[in-house]
Design a protein around this ligand. Structure first.
Ligand code: 8YV
Length: 329
C-alpha cells in the first residue's frame, strides 16, 4: 500500500529543537531556521502551500491573508493561547479549524504577573539601575521607599485560568482578591480565593490599590481600560498588564503616569508591539518587559507538544482538543 502523504506544515517562527525534530518526523514540516518573522509575501506563500499553518502572536492572520489561502489549508494550529492575531470568523467561513495552546502557560504567566506587581511596587528596576549606575551612595532611612503590598486590594480584570493562578499567589502575599468578569465564577472558586465579585468594573476600579489585566483581547475588551476608566483609579494605584496591550489605552495610561495620577505600571505587553510609547521609556515608575510572561523553556516545549497533538488528532480525522470557537472569545 502506498504510504499516506504527510501533511505540509508551515511553522512561522523557530520553535524549541525537540518540538521541531518531532514535527519533522511526523509531518512534511517547513521550519524557519533563523527565526526572522515572515513578511507579507512569505505569509501569503505559506497559506497558499500549507495544509497546516503554525503561526504565533507575531503573525497577523487577517481576512486579507486568508482570502489568499490555498484549498489545502484546513488547520491553523497557533503556538500560543491568545488568538487575537487570527480572524476567527473568516477562518470559520472558509472551513479552517483554529487551535491554540491553553493551560500550559498559566503558571508561568501568573508568576510573571506577580513578579511585575512586586517589581513596580517595590521599585526593583529603579534600584537595580541605581546600583549599576555607580551612583548609589549607600543605605538611607528614606531612600528607595516603595509601598507595602500586604493587606492591599488587588483587582483582577478577567478571573480566568491565569487570573485565578495569580489570585492564589497574591493571597500568599497578603492581598485581598477582587475581580470583574463577564460571568461570575463558580461559588466554590470564589470561596477558595475569598474573592469579591464586582459586576461593575467602574465601581471596582475606584476602590483598588493594584489592578491586574488578565482578560483576553477581543473586540469587546479593546480599550476596556479606556481613558475614562483609567481616571477612576486612585493616584496610589499600580497597574500590571501581562495580557494584551490593546486592552489598555496606552497613551492615556502614559499621560496619567507622567502626571503622577497613577503610582506606577508593570507592563509585559504593549498596544503596538514591539513599538513602545517612547514616553514610557523615560518614566521611572514603570517596569517594562518584552512580552516574556510565558517565556520558560518548559512552557515553550509544552506549547509545542500541544501544537503537535492538535495537528495529529486533526489529520487523523478527530476534533483536536484545543479547538477555538468564536463564541469563546
Ligand atoms: C505567547 C501569549 O508566548 O500565548 C499567548 O497568548 O501571549 C504569549 O505568552 C505567544 O502568544 C506565543 O505566540
Amino acid at each position: 500500500m502506498p504510504e499516506k502523504k504527510k501533511p505540509v506544515v508551515v511553522v512561522t517562527r523557530k520553535l524549541p529543537d525537540v518540538i521541531e525534530t518531532r514535527m519533522m518526523e511526523l509531518f512534511d514540516t517547513r521550519l524557519n531556521h533563523d527565526d526572522t518573522p515572515p513578511g507579507p509575501s512569505e505569509l501569503i506563500e505559506a497559506v497558499k502551500t500549507a495544509d497546516v499553518l503554525v503561526p504565533t502572536v507575531t503573525d497577523r492572520i487577517d481576512a486579507r491573508l486568508l482570502s489568499q489561502a490555498g484549498p489545502n489549508l484546513r488547520l491553523i494550529a497557533s503556538f500560543g493561547t491568545g488568538v487575537d492575531h487570527i480572524d476567527l470568523k473568516t477562518a470559520r467561513q472558509r472551513g479552517i479549524t483554529v487551535t491554540n495552546t491553553p493551560g500550559v502557560l498559566t503558571e508561568d504567566t501568573a508568576d510573571m504577573t506577580m513578579a511585575l506587581l512586586l517589581a513596580v511596587s517595590r521599585r526593583l528596576s529603579e534600584g537595580e539601575r541605581l546600583v549599576r549606575s555607580g551612583d548609589w551612595k549607600g543605605w538611607g532611612p528614606t531612600t528607595m521607599l516603595g509601598h507595602r503590598i500586604w493587606g492591599k486590594r488587588l483587582g483582577i480584570v478577567g478571573l480566568g485560568r491565569i487570573g485565578q493562578a495569580l489570585a492564589k499567589r497574591a493571597r500568599g502575599f497578603g492581598l485581598s482578591i477582587h475581580y470583574h468578569n463577564r460571568r461570575r465564577v463558580h461559588p466554590e472558586i470564589e470561596g477558595e480565593l475569598e474573592a469579591t465579585y464586582w459586576e461593575s468594573l467602574d465601581q471596582m476600579l475606584a476602590r483598588m490599590d493594584i489592578l491586574s489585566i488578565n482578560c483576553p483581547h477581543t473586540p469587546a475588551t479593546y480599550h476596556l481600560l479606556s481613558a475614562r476608566r483609567l481616571q477612576l483609579l486612585r493616584p496610589h494605584c499600580y497597574i500590571v498588564n501581562t495580557s494584551r496591550g490593546e486592552v489598555v489605552d496606552e497613551n492615556a495610561l502614559t499621560r496619567m503616569l507622567q502626571k503622577g495620577e497613577l503610582a506606577g505600571a508593570g507592563l509585559d505587553v504593549f498596544e503596538h508591539e514591539p513599538a513602545v510609547n517612547p514616553k514610557l521609556l523615560t518614566l521611572d515608575n514603570v517596569v517594562l518587559l518584552p512580552h516574556m510572561g510565558s517565556a520558560t523553556i518548559e512552557g515553550r516545549i509544552d506549547m509545542g507538544e500541544k501544537v503537535i497533538i492538535n495537528i495529529k488528532t486533526f489529520i487523523d480525522g478527530h476534533a483536536p482538543p484545543d479547538r477555538v470557537l468564536e463564541a469563546m472569545f
